[in-house]
Design a protein. Structure first.
Lengths: 312, 271, 416
């Protein structure tokens, strides 16, 4: 936009423009400053704290001793760490499923139908509900003998033997994922809905006059223009799922065995339950690097620039 | 104006989804009026002897009005700071400047630090700022949220450049362009931000638990502990409490719905 | 419940909008006390504090209460910040780790100076709070596991009395399993399932408290039996995956034959189960009279600026007068001998079944197991339990799981 004018070759104008860009740079940094400050205080410094701590042996009452990479070395042979990492990957891979479902829902509730506000509200309800209570309800729904899911399955003669969902090493993680998607669906929906609102409806009208079918409109207009929102949804979705601490913590506590242990529950246990803050910090750092890598890959896949379209 | 395809399949699909989504929610509601054991078999679909006693219990068991007021204050501070700071940062990110790539990566990476691992340093920092056990201290970590910055950025990006250029030709200063032209066009982003920052602040549990010490500063979710007593059976009250905490969020969402619709119609005039 | 006091304090709280800077106000006559998820006793604590302040003019008391899972996070954050509460209510064996780390004050000198204090409490329970021959904790309220059984289900299955051996537990549970009905549940947090091991003579560690001793053919046999009973539905899987609400809720639904849990379960179950009465619910000791305690006690932070005053408050709250009040009002055993006598007497008249349940808590206190004072208790528990789950839920065979558990426990022990 403003940059487009910078092609002007005349000398006098260049110096004027230089001043304009300086002014703009100042403005931009002023606009960023408050957010940067908050992140510095509550994200970057704590991360730095974790990085320092990960190289030490420390607990709240013992003086810190520098031990180099020992904590990281321990991680190599820590089966629980690897299991948690694997479970975390599984949850990340499941995030697109939830997003695809939410996209479908967002399109439906964005269409011009009566009562769409009611639908939106009902679908959104699950997101702001306190996890503690819902986790207990989910535990019951998944129960092998008296749970709702098996009860319905039995009524409909879908299975002969009840499925032990949370009590089974095979089913526990997918069950947690389903509960997580249930909780996040309303959240994804409103992010995608906001994205849909950004698409000028004139584009659709023009396409319709040109005789484009609904399918064409979706693939040619909606999906490309929604790319930033979808990327955003994926990053948030991924983060929210892998840091959805409460649900896992209350529903399964990471069990049975390590079947639903994820890195964030493991970090919490290591730190606050086992008082191993040093080792927890090392796991945190690795977790952080891992997430950055995934986000970077997702960004590359979605075409760069953090999913934002370059203005043509 | 448009060709109408029949809407009943959409309704049918949405009703089915809503039904599935609402089952756990229904159980919360049902238990909150019946207090019955969730593990009863076969499950009671309809609550036995429904009553509102548990809601009354909740009101008296904790200083509900006080906690509620605290939550409102903290959430109001959070929302105000959020909308302003996020809109500013979101707008800044739509411009080209040196180090933009770095900032984008920095913001994204800030999202990747799990909160559980930051409790101790966050507490120490807040202590250094002298904000422990205060409203601002409760709200501060959530003053700006990366997700909503990106929501704003996406909304601003979608505003046609021609509109801004026209304003520039008219000689409007930058902040007025943001205020009078861009923000009104980013209403749905704003609505999203309000809803989300409210819910995060409203439901925030671990941070208030760690950083408040006096009962006068407790926020609503901390009342939860009272209903997880392990010797009394507080099932009904627990669920009534959850509904009471949930209600303001739903109300705000309904109010913000209007902005979503306006966003939709204002979209028609865009471009 | 005293609602009026609650409303009053709520209103009083609403009046003070300005936030008090508790840090700066820390006078040298101020005590803070952190309790563990017992906010429902607010009225009682307020009275206890008022009484203490009357005896010690000029003392201020700050009372904090945090929910169980978050209390350690809160306390440790406060430790790092140097503002740890003077007195803390600790549950289970978490205190050992903190004592070993130097967070808690050794109370032995106080108890030697005032030998009468120790005599107030049940000696076996008091002894469960000793680490490295030092006493760090004074009992606040106590409990240990027992066996609840559903008499109706026992009758239907043709069973007369509570099981007398481990094999009977397993066989009885098989006999009651049918459809949605299962035979046996146990709580599993901390080490509450340990009586099942102990009644088979299984030991966790050798007497050096470092070397695993549990990998024996007997343990393999025990785990195989448990796994078999779990697979066939005799033992409800919630026994291995549930925590508090689920096992108690399941037992309260009337579909589970037995529940191995501590006395608090009775009150929780009773609240949810209209069927509970002396004809339908039995309370017995575990076979061999084994049980695992899960106690609450008060400890004093080493960082306390007023350790003597803190000690006085601990004595005040666990002494005859207020322990009695506590026992009577909350129907709980406190470990204070005189208090529990009065409390039991009162309960006997009101709820004979509750009386029977509470009585089990004071019998066979010499047979308490599963509470080793290990400074790394949380780590050992975590690695050991994961393998037990693997075995009983059939992911690994018992032999492999125990071998893996032995390796994991050895590793934890070597690290510390």
């Amino acid at each position: 936009m403003a940059m487009a004018m910078s092609a002007a070759p005349e000398r006098r104008r260049t110096s004027f423009l230089r001043r304009a860009t300086t002014r703009q740079a100042i403005l931009v940094w002023c606009f960023l400053a408050p957010s940067l400050l908050i992140f510095l205080l509550y994200r970057i410094l704590p991360l730095a704290w974790n990085i320092l701590l990960s190289l030490q042996a420390w607990s709240p009452l013992k003086p810190a001793v520098f031990i180099g990479l020992e904590n990281y070395e321990e991680m190599l042979t820590d089966e629980v760490f690897w299991q948690s990492l694997w479970n975390t990957v599984f949850i990340i891979l499941s995030a697109p499923v939830g997003i695809a479902m939410a996209l479908g829902l967002a399109l439906l509730v964005n269409s011009n139908i009566s009562g769409r506000n009611v639908y939106r509200t009902l679908i959104f309800l699950s997101y702001p509900l306190m996890t503690v209570a819902v986790a207990i309800i989910w535990r019951w729904m998944y129960d092998e003998r008296v749970g709702l899911l098996n009860y319905v399955a039995r009524l409909l003669h879908l299975t002969d033997t009840p499925i032990p969902f949370l009590n089974s090493f095979f089913w526990a993680l997918p069950s947690v994922v389903v509960a997580n998607i249930w909780q996040m669906l309303g959240f994804y929906m409103i992010i995608l809905l906001t994205g849909l609102q950004n698409i000028p409806s004139s584009l659709f009208e023009a396409a319709e006059i040109d005789g484009a079918t609904a399918g064409d409109r979706f693939w040619r207009i909606t999906l490309p223009l929604l790319r930033p929102s979808i990327f955003l949804c994926f990053v948030i979705g991924m983060l929210n799922s892998v840091t959805s601490f409460d649900l896992v913590y209350v529903m399964t506590g990471g069990g049975p065995g390590r079947a639903t242990e994820i890195l964030v529950t493991y970090i919490y246990k290591l730190g606050f339950v086992q008082t191993r803050f040093d080792y927890a910090a090392a796991v945190t750092v690795v977790f952080f690097v891992f997430l950055i890598t995934v986000a970077w890959a997702a960004n590359r896949l979605s075409g760069g620039n953090a999913g934002a379209r370059d203005m043509e | 104006m448009m060709r109408r395809s029949p809407t009943w399949p959409i309704h049918l699909a949405l009703i089915a989804v809503c039904f599935v989504m609402l089952v756990p929610f229904y159980w919360v509601l049902k238990t909150s009026v019946s207090g019955e054991n969730i593990f009863t078999y076969p499950p009671n679909i309809v609550p036995q002897n429904p009553n509102i006693f548990y809601y009354v219990d909740v009101w008296y068991a904790i200083p509900f009005a006080r906690y509620f007021l605290n939550s409102v204050i903290v959430s109001a501070i959070t929302i105000a700071a959020n909308v302003v700071f996020n809109a500013m940062a979101g707008y800044a990110l739509t411009r080209e400047f040196h180090g933009k790539g770095f900032i984008l990566i920095l913001f994204l990476s800030c999202m990747m630090v799990p909160f559980q691992a930051t409790i101790i340093p966050a507490y120490l920092i807040t202590g250094q700022l002298g904000l422990l056990n205060s409203y601002v201290g409760l709200a501060l970590p959530q003053f700006s949220t990366i997700i909503c910055i990106f929501v704003f950025k996406a909304s601003f990006d979608a505003i046609p450049g021609s509109l801004i250029d026209a304003a520039k030709v008219d000689g409007l200063p930058e902040w007025r362009i943001v205020w009078t032209i861009m923000l009104p066009l980013a209403k749905s982003a704003m609505a999203t931000n309000v809803i989300l920052s409210f819910i995060w602040s409203w439901n925030n549990f671990l941070w208030p638990l760690i950083m408040t010490r006096t009962p006068e500063m407790q926020t609503l979710p901390l009342g939860l502990a009272r209903f997880l007593s392990y010797q009394e059976d507080t099932t009904g009250a627990l669920y009534a409490f959850c509904i009471m905490v949930l209600a303001p969020g739903i109300l705000l969402f309904l109010l913000a719905q209007k902005e979503f619709i306006q966003g939709l119609t204002s979209g028609a005039t865009k471009g | 419940m005293d609602r009026r006091t609650l409303i009053k304090s709520g209103l009083a709280a609403a009046g003070t909008v300005a936030m008090p800077a508790y840090l700066r106000a820390q006078s040298n006559r101020k005590l803070s006390i952190l309790t563990w998820n017992i906010a429902d006793q607010e009225a009682l604590f307020k009275e206890e504090f008022a009484d203490f302040k009357a005896q010690n003019p000029g003392v201020e008391i700050e009372w904090l209460d945090k929910k169980g899972p978050e209390l350690p996070a809160f306390y440790q954050t406060q430790l790092v910040a140097g503002t740890a509460p003077d007195i803390i209510d600790l549950q289970g064996m978490i205190w050992v780790e903190w004592a070993a780390n130097g967070a808690l004050l050794d109370l032995t000198p106080y108890m030697q100076k005032e030998p009468d204090v120790a005599k107030l409490y049940n000696q076996d329970y008091l002894a469960s709070f000793v680490y490295d021959k030092k006493n760090y904790v004074i009992p606040f309220y106590i409990a240990k596991t027992l066996l609840f059984y559903n008499k109706t289900m026992f009758k239907e299955a043709g069973l007369a009395d509570a099981p007398k051996s481990f094999d009977e537990i397993v066989n009885f549970s098989q006999a009651m399993a049918k459809g949605e009905k299962t035979g046996f549940l146990t709580l599993n947090f901390d080490w509450l399932y340990w009586p099942l091991m102990q009644m088979n003579g299984v030991e966790l560690l050798k007497s050096d408290m470092k070397t695993p001793a549990f990998n024996t053919p007997k343990t393999i046999e025990v785990l195989e039996k448990l796994a078999k009973a779990t697979a066939s539905g005799g033992i409800n899987k919630i026994a291995w995956t549930g925590r508090w609400v689920e096992p108690n809720g399941a037992f309260a639904s009337g579909n589970v034959g037995m529940l191995q849990a501590h006395s608090a379960s009775y009150f929780f179950v009773k609240g949810q189960a209209p069927w509970v009465n002396p004809d339908t619910l039995g309370a017995a000791q575990n076979p061999g009279n084994w049980s695992t305690p899960t106690n609450h006690g008060f400890a004093i932070s080493k960082s306390s600026k007023n350790p003597d005053l803190a000690w006085a408050l601990v004595k005040h709250m666990t002494g005859n007068k207020w322990a009695t009040e506590f026992s009577v009002r909350r129907r709980i055993l406190t470990g204070n001998l005189a208090a529990d006598k009065v409390g039991l007497e009162k309960v006997k008249a009101e709820d004979p079944l509750a009386h029977a349940v509470l009585l089990t808590q004071l019998e066979h206190t010499d047979k308490m197991c599963g509470n080793w004072p290990l400074p790394n208790d949380a780590q050992v528990k975590d690695v050991f339990w994961a393998e037990i789950q693997n075995a009983v839920l059939g992911r690994k065979d018992a032999k492999t799981a125990l071998a893996d558990a032995e390796r994991a426990v050895t590793r934890v022990m070597r690290r510390s």
